[in-house]
Design a protein around this ligand. Structure first.
Ligand SMILES: Nc1ncnc2c1ncn2[C@@H]1O[C@H](COP(=O)(O)OP(=O)(O)OP(=O)(O)O)[C@@H](O)[C@H]1O
Ligand SMILES: [Mg+2]
Length: 438
């Protein structure tokens, strides 16, 4: 049985208070007292009804007796605190030595007032309860704001990471597209050069034979020089001097030697261009990458010149399905570049490990490094910082083409003055359709 009081007068505290008390006379007295202090009061004769009123009416403060039938004050307090830990509960006690009072305070009841209830003390307790409730509300709000802030920061970091990943993917796509179109261009150029190169090389070798034959004829003529008249010999000597015959005779063979080495180099460059465009094109087979590395190192003694220390940090790698000759070519490019980046003494660390379904091979040197402004160009064909004749600038672009064909990827990190690390990832198994991720 519950009833509500009339509207508040100005001097009263604007709050709703529920009194729970089984003694009807005491409940009435409490309500009267309450009406003088706060704007709205209700009453309930036991814990059970008190809980119901609390749920329906949501009072600001509950003032309850401890000892009551059906549900006592302790049980009521526990039930309310379970549903709302911030609820403000004041217990009434006639005896300060009552064990139940201690129990109530331990169970989270906020305050107590002794019976008979003094109006000033009740008003004071209600005010303090309201203040505590506001304080708790503020604390909870602050906590929620902090949690929200943390969640927002986390979300922001995730967004940033996502943007970074998108940028990376975008850059990789751009790089792959660029490589694909440059590959087509390279294939076209290689094809165009290949034809004239073929007949120039063939003609050159025939020309070499013709010159040899003419030289033989000249030598034969020279044998008859003594049979000529003095005037004829003089004319001949004059022509020989005019055309610098002695020098010409010697220089011809040097020029042939230089020209054929030049032709061989052009042929090699055209072959590299074709390799870059096609990535080599032989068979995939299971391959021990450590063996590949060792074979490559064994043919590199000239490049390493004994000044570079090679440190092997080999992990455990399964057989990898790849085209071994091409993968060796990639290793060779990376190792030669690393060796060339080292002036004086230095070291190259070769690390291998498994990374999910990929074999990871790192070639790290402590050479001069790559300046950030050219880092994005090093995979471009013909990009080189090496003196003319020393580098064609095709090593890395071919390596990129090969790794792309293997559906792997190749990355670089470099700190100028400290060194460079190239990381190659090759899938353990041959891709169904070799797609590009590099
Ligand atoms: N380990 C490295 N340290 C410093 N710079 C490097 C390294 N690897 C590559 N580079 C830079 O990248 C450029 C391109 O390398 P790439 O292998 O494609 O061509 P290259 O070595 O110049 O010539 P090529 O390999 O055809 O003989 C190099 O000229 C060099 O500037
Ligand atoms: Mg190179």
């Amino acid at each position: 049985m519950t009833t509500e009081t009339p509207p508040p007068s100005d001097s009263r505290i604007d709050a709703r208070v529920l009194f729970v008390e089984d003694d009807a006379l005491q409940l009435m007295a409490l309500r009267r007292l309450g009406e003088k202090i706060v704007s709205a009061v209700r009453g309930a004769p036991d814990g059970q009804q008190g809980l119901q009123v609390w749920r329906d009416w949501q009072p600001d403060v509950i003032v309850t007796d401890i000892h009551m039938p059906h549900m006592n004050g302790l049980e009521l307090s526990a039930a309310i605190k379970r549903e709302n830990p911030d609820a403000q509960i004041v217990v009434l006690t006639a005896d300060l030595t009552d064990d139940s009072l201690i129990e109530a305070l331990h169970a989270g009841v906020d305050r107590y007032i002794t019976k008979p209830v003094d109006m000033r003390l009740l008003a004071d307790a209600i005010r303090k309860c309201l203040r505590d409730r506001d304080h708790l509300k503020e604390l909870r709000l602050n906590r929620e704001i902090t949690l929200l802030n943390t969640a927002l920061q986390k979300e922001k970091a995730e967004h940033l990471a996502l943007i970074r990943r998108l940028e990376e993917a975008h850059n990789q796509l751009l790089q792959s597209e660029k490589m694909a179109s440059i590959g087509q261009l390279a294939a076209g150029v290689a094809h165009e050069i290949n034809n004239p190169l073929g007949f120039v090389t063939a003609n050159f070798s025939v020309l070499q034979q013709y010159i040899a034959r003419l030289s033989r004829l000249l030598a034969t003529y020279a044998g008859f020089e003594n049979d000529l008249s003095a005037q004829e010999r003089e004319t001949l000597a004059h022509v020989k001097a005019e055309i610098d015959f002695e020098f010409l005779n010697e220089d011809i063979s040097d020029m042939f030697e230089e020209s054929s080495s030049g032709l061989r180099r052009v042929k090699q460059i055209v072959q590299s261009l074709t390799d870059f465009a096609e990535g080599g094109g032989t068979d995939f087979e299971p391959c021990d990458l450590h063996e590949c590395l060792e074979t490559t190192l064994s043919v590199m003694t000239h490049e390493l010149k004994g000044k570079t220390q090679i440190l092997r940090e080999y992990g455990d790698l399964p057989m990898v399905e790849c085209i071994p000759s091409e993968i060796r070519q990639v290793f060779m490019s990376l190792l030669v570049n690393a060796a060339q980046a080292i002036t004086g003494e230095g070291r190259i660390v070769i690390r291998t490990c498994r990374q999910d379904d990929f074999a990871c091979i790192e070639v790290a040197d402590n050479g001069h490094g790559i300046p950030p402004d050219i880092l994005h160009r090093i995979f471009d064909p013909f990009f080189t910082t090496k003196p003319v004749g020393e580098g064609t600038g095709l090593g890395l672009s071919i390596a990129h083409g090969i790794i792309r064909k293997h559906a792997g990827r190749i990355d670089v990190e470099s700190a100028p003055g400290q060194g460079t690390t190239f990381r190659v990832l090759i899938p353990f198994h041959r891709p169904e359709a070799a797609t590009t991720t590099a």
